[in-house]
Design a protein around this ligand. Structure first.
Ligand SMILES: [Zn+2]
Length: 393
């Protein structure tokens, strides 16, 4: 009897092992087959189905919850497109590696380049939204001001998708990660998931593509998994991406695509604690983790609300020069492609793209950086930046 049970257990173990090997082989085969002509592609290892209503706010940089990724799993996200010049190159690089990502598109960009949005859908990527005009004031707006930005961004991307509007996922990322409680409440009421990020590569700043690569890998290695925020509107990102993907594969990382649950597609089974940035067992001093830290993309120094690890990582980047403080994630408004479609677009008000960088309020309270550069950065941040001047750089 006992011997039978042992044999039975042993037999089941062997069957499980063989099934596991077979499944692994099948997965590998499927990935290779899915990427014809690219046998060494990184591939997309699995699809994670999430229910935005169960987990309305995600991203370790700002929230208590983030995606329930396993060790060495990475989710790639790209903001601010589509901008044909660079977005198309990003799409080609991802296609060559059979990697699926999530794109947080801007409504205005979608209006200027609807074909770019349709390309994302045709390539099977996940599409979210990122407001209509990318104002870097979401943290100061009234809900009445913020709501049209959210709504119109969604409407513009849906319009670009036409009869394939269901390809738009209920995912939203606030410009500059400038979160606000009222906006989060509104977005949540729509059944839309707020996405922050787990780590950045600073690709909106005036740094080299080598630095973007270095930061992406360094910060990933500090976490061993997570949501990486990039921008598909910068040359430096295009140049860094192939190297980042190559290195991910070399270091044993796997790409996960995230899609929303639907009536026919239930959420991937997870446990509540899988979503916690810090499980109760994690030995992390509470003081390092403010409940929902503020974040400001527009001034490098306001990263200081992050963890001490983040701060030390971020401080390895460019210092808070006047130039760095003025940089934004907003792309040039009139790309060659959008110029072609300009006649079909409403003429924006003269000040529509005037980006008033917020004064980094946290600077004065942080004594780890010298005071003089901080004062210069704050002064620079008060100056409005016109897109025309951004374009020159
Ligand atoms: Zn953005």
């Amino acid at each position: 009897m006992r011997g039978d049970r042992c044999w039975s257990v042993e037999k089941r173990s062997w069957i499980a092992l063989l099934l596991g090997v077979a499944t692994g082989l099948a997965a590998t085969t499927a990935r290779a087959a899915d990427c014809p002509g690219h046998p060494d592609a990184l591939g997309t290892s699995r699809v994670l189905v999430v229910d935005p209503r169960e987990h309305p706010r995600i991203g370790a940089m700002q929230y208590k919850e983030t995606l329930p990724l396993h060790d060495h799993e990475v989710v790639l996200t790209f903001d601010d497109g589509p901008l044909p010049k660079y977005s198309n190159q990003v799409l080609q690089i991802l296609a060559d590696q059979c990697v699926k990502a999530t794109f947080f598109t801007i409504g205005h960009q979608a209006q200027a380049n609807p074909e770019g949005v349709r390309k994302l859908a045709a390539a099977g990527h996940t599409i979210g939204t990122h407001s209509q005009t990318h104002p870097l004031t979401f943290n100061k707006m009234t809900l009445e001001q913020a709501r049209p930005e959210v709504d119109q961004g969604i409407a513009s991307v849906k319009a670009a998708l036409g009869n394939n509007a269901s390809a738009l996922s209920p995912f939203f990322r606030v410009p500059g990660l400038l979160r606000a409680e009222a906006v989060e409440g509104y977005v949540g009421s729509l059944g839309v998931q707020m996405w922050s990020a787990d780590f950045l590569a600073d690709d909106w700043r005036n740094i080299s593509s080598a630095k973007v690569y270095e930061l992406a890998i360094k910060r990933l290695e500090a976490r061993h998994k997570g949501i990486l925020l990039l921008h598909d509107i910068h040359e430096r990102t295009v140049l860094a991406l192939p190297k980042i993907l190559h290195e991910l594969k070399a270091r044993g990382y796997r790409i996960v695509q995230v899609v929303p649950a639907t009536a026919n597609r239930p959420a991937t089974p997870t446990e509540p604690q899988d979503w916690l940035v810090h499980r109760p067992s994690d030995n992390v001093p509470v003081a390092q983790w403010p409940d929902i830290p503020s974040f400001d993309f527009t001034g490098a120094t306001t990263h200081l609300s992050l963890t001490s690890t983040d701060v030390s990582l971020l401080s390895s980047g460019p210092t808070t020069t006047r130039r760095a403080a003025r940089e934004t994630a907003w792309p040039p408004v009139t790309s060659p492609a959008s110029r072609q479609t300009a006649a079909a677009l409403p003429v924006p008000a003269a000040d529509l793209f005037e980006i008033q960088a917020p004064i980094p309020r946290l600077l004065a309270r942080h004594d780890a950086l010298p005071a003089q550069p901080l004062r210069r950065a704050a002064k620079a941040a008060r100056r409005p930046v016109r897109v025309a001047s951004l374009r020159k750089r």
